[in-house]
Design a protein around this ligand. Structure first.
Ligand SMILES: [Ca+2]
Ligand SMILES: [Ca+2]
Ligand SMILES: [Ca+2]
Ligand SMILES: [Ca+2]
Length: 320
């Protein structure tokens, strides 16, 4: 017997099974039927990767206490299958955290002018997304920081518009390569092939730290901070109580070599899928940044890992 269909949880206690669902990638289908204790059949298929529990029994005749061993067995099997799927069939999905955002970026017939004004036609049809996940720091007042962003693209470049309120703008470290993350700065994370994975000392992905003086800094393959300002064009302006910041970014793949003179940006096309994420380091008056706010949800206690792990990035899909 094989069953395919939408996700179905045990109806009598969904909050028990919900955590199991959260443990795995969205792409792994999970199907559970009502089963009698002691007669559980769990099968994992290579194609489609789903669970099949066979048997017949009315769930409401089983007490929660009796059901727990089955749930634990299911959890174990679920995790085993996730590992199997990672290796065999789902390398992209399993390399990312669950529940990543998916942004559909519309093509710009006319590229936005990078001038700190959002009155370009290309921005009119682009969707706003919030920049509102606190990765470091306590609760945040909207006047301290709040922000949102849009993305559009041409064949040559990706364009990012960020609009935010930050009550105090600071650039304490005037050397762009020194403690740049403790000044106010906007981080743009790009993983050209949506591979996920480590990018701390390589160019599997880039994490451009855009400083208030429009420079782009990331760690190079020599494990030192490097300037990549030549990958970007950046301009922001204060407009009322908001900063409007536009950045154009050349997209490089993981073959990029520091100090080589023949690196070529990738040409962008409809249907291309990249890893993408934004973050803002907000410092107003402290030695270290006071808040770090990202566009993606970061689970667990260790939320500041986007600069190492491209699996935290969201998905950016280029559309027409
Ligand atoms: Ca503009
Ligand atoms: Ca602030
Ligand atoms: Ca990559
Ligand atoms: Ca600030």
């Amino acid at each position: 017997m094989a069953i395919k269909g939408s996700v179905r949880y045990f109806s009598f206690e969904p909050n028990i099974l919900q955590p199991l669902r959260l443990d795995v990638s969205n792409s792994i289908r999970f199907i559970a039927l009502k089963v009698p204790l002691g007669a559980i059949a769990c099968l994992c298929y290579r194609s489609g990767t789903y669970f099949l529990l066979s048997g017949v029994c009315s769930a409401n005749t089983i007490t929660m206490k009796k059901y727990l061993p089955m749930i634990r067995a299911l959890q174990l099997l679920l995790m085993t299958t996730v590992s199997f799927a990672t290796a065999q069939e789902q390398p992209l999905a399993a390399s990312h955290d669950a529940d990543r955002s998916h942004y559909l970026a519309r093509f710009a017939n006319v590229a936005p002018s990078i001038d700190g004004s959002s009155n370009d036609v290309a921005w009119e049809s682009a969707q706003w997304r919030p920049l509102n996940n606190i990765w470091l720091g306590g609760p945040l007042e909207p006047t301290d920081f709040n922000g949102r962003y849009k993305v559009t693209w041409t064949e040559q470049k990706l364009y990012v518009l960020v609009e935010f309120t930050d009550d105090v703008l600071v650039d304490f470290h005037r050397d762009p390569l020194t403690q740049y993350w403790d000044d106010d700065c906007l981080e743009i994370f790009i993983d050209e092939d949506h591979s996920g994975g480590d990018h701390q000392y390589n160019h599997n992905a880039f994490a451009y730290h855009m400083s208030l003086d429009n420079r782009a800094i990331d760690i190079g393959s020599n494990k030192m901070a490097q300037e990549y300002t030549h990958h970007t064009r950046s301009q922001w302006r204060q407009q009322g109580d908001k900063v409007v910041w536009e950045i154009a970014v050349d997209i490089y793949n993981d073959k990029y070599r520091d100090n080589a003179d023949d690196n070529q940006p990738v040409e962008l096309k409809v249907g291309k899928v990249m890893g993408f994420m934004l973050a803002y380091c907000d410092n107003d008056r402290s030695e270290l940044r006071e808040h770090f706010i990202g566009s993606e949800h970061a689970a667990g206690d260790h939320k500041d890992r986007g600069w190492i792990d491209a699996g935290l990035f969201g998905t950016l899909e280029l559309t027409d």
